[in-house]
Design a protein around this ligand. Structure first.
Ligand SMILES: [Zn+2]
Length: 262
C-alpha cells in the first residue's frame, strides 16, 4: 500500500515537472524553460527577485524563526544568495513581511487542476527583463488534484510556482518546523523554476535521481524529491532544522548554479 502511494505521488510530481500542463499553448514547455533558465543565470542580471502572492487563509509564515535572530524568509534569501554567489553584482530580493507580499483574495478551490493553476499563475507573475529576473511564489488553499501529500508544484516553462498551505499546515510540528517545511517548499519549487537538476541548468557532475526526474540524489539538499512530500518532509529537513541552517542547497546544486554563466 505504501509503495503504491509513493508511486502515485511520484507520477504526479513527474507530470508536473516534466510537462507544461494544459494551459495556454503560447507559453510553457521545454523551450520556454530553457530560455528562462538562460536568462536567469546571465551575468547581465542585476536583481533576482522572488515575488510572493497569497490567498486569504493561506498567508505565508513571516517573522523570527523560534528564538533565533533569523527571519523566516532569510531561508529563501540565503539559499539563493549562496546559489548565485559567483554572479557578482546581483542583488537577491525576497520579501520578509506580509506587507511586502500581495494578497489575491479568496479563490474558493478545494482541488486545483493544472490548467486552473497555470491560469492563476499567468494572471499574477510578472515578466522578467534582461536585468531583472522574477519568479512568483503563489500560496493557495486547497489541494493539487485532490492529493493531500503534495506541498508544492512547478509547471515546466513557467516563471511561477505554488505552495499548498493546507498541506504545509497538515504536516504539523512546532512553529520552527512549520517554517522550515514552508520555506523548504519555496526554495525547492523556485529551484525547479530556474532549472536546477537538469531542468535547464547544466550539472557539473551528474546528481539527478534516476527514479525522480529533476531531483537530486543528494539527501542533504532541498532538491531531494521527498522535500515536497508531506509524509517525508520533516525527516528530509531534520538536519537543517536542528542546525538552524539558512542555506538549504547541497554542494552539488550550488556548484551547478555557480558554474553557469551563459
Ligand atoms: Zn520537486
Amino acid at each position: 500500500m505504501k509503495w503504491r502511494l509513493l508511486f502515485i505521488i511520484s507520477m504526479a510530481l513527474i507530470f508536473a515537472h516534466g510537462c507544461g500542463g494544459g494551459g495556454s499553448s503560447s507559453s510553457g514547455g521545454e523551450t520556454a524553460q530553457l530560455s528562462f533558465v538562460r536568462s536567469v543565470f546571465s551575468d547581465g542580471v542585476t536583481d533576482f527577485s522572488v515575488q510572493v502572492f497569497y490567498e486569504t487563509g493561506a498567508e505565508p509564515y513571516v517573522g523570527n524563526i523560534g528564538l533565533t535572530a533569523n527571519q523566516t524568509w532569510d531561508i529563501t534569501k540565503s539559499s539563493y544568495s549562496a546559489l548565485f554567489s559567483t554572479h557578482t553584482g546581483r542583488t537577491i530580493t525576497v520579501p520578509s513581511t506580509l506587507a511586502q507580499m500581495t494578497s489575491i483574495g479568496t479563490q474558493n478551490q478545494s482541488s486545483w487542476s493544472s490548467s486552473q493553476l497555470i491560469s492563476l499563475g499567468s494572471t499574477y507573475a510578472q515578466t522578467s527583463s534582461a536585468t531583472q529576473s522574477k519568479v512568483a511564489v503563489i500560496f493557495v488553499k486547497g489541494l493539487y488534484e485532490g492529493n493531500a501529500n503534495i506541498l508544492g508544484l512547478h509547471f515546466t516553462g513557467y516563471p511561477f510556482v505554488f505552495v499548498f498551505k493546507d498541506v504545509v499546515t497538515s504536516v504539523g510540528g512546532d512553529p520552527v518546523s512549520q517554517r522550515y517545511v514552508e520555506q523548504g517548499t519555496v526554495v525547492h519549487e523556485v529551484g525547479h523554476a530556474i532549472g536546477l537538476v537538469n531542468l535547464g541548468l547544466p550539472m557539473v557532475t551528474d546528481h539527478e535521481d534516476g527514479s525522480h526526474a529533476h531531483h537530486t540524489t543528494d539527501t542533504d539538499c532541498v532538491m531531494y524529491w521527498a522535500v515536497t512530500s508531506k509524509s517525508n518532509v520533516l525527516n528530509s529537513l531534520a538536519d537543517f532544522i536542528t542546525g538552524n541552517q539558512l542555506n538549504l542547497f547541497g554542494s552539488k546544486a550550488l556548484s551547478d548554479g555557480r558554474a553557469y554563466h551563459p
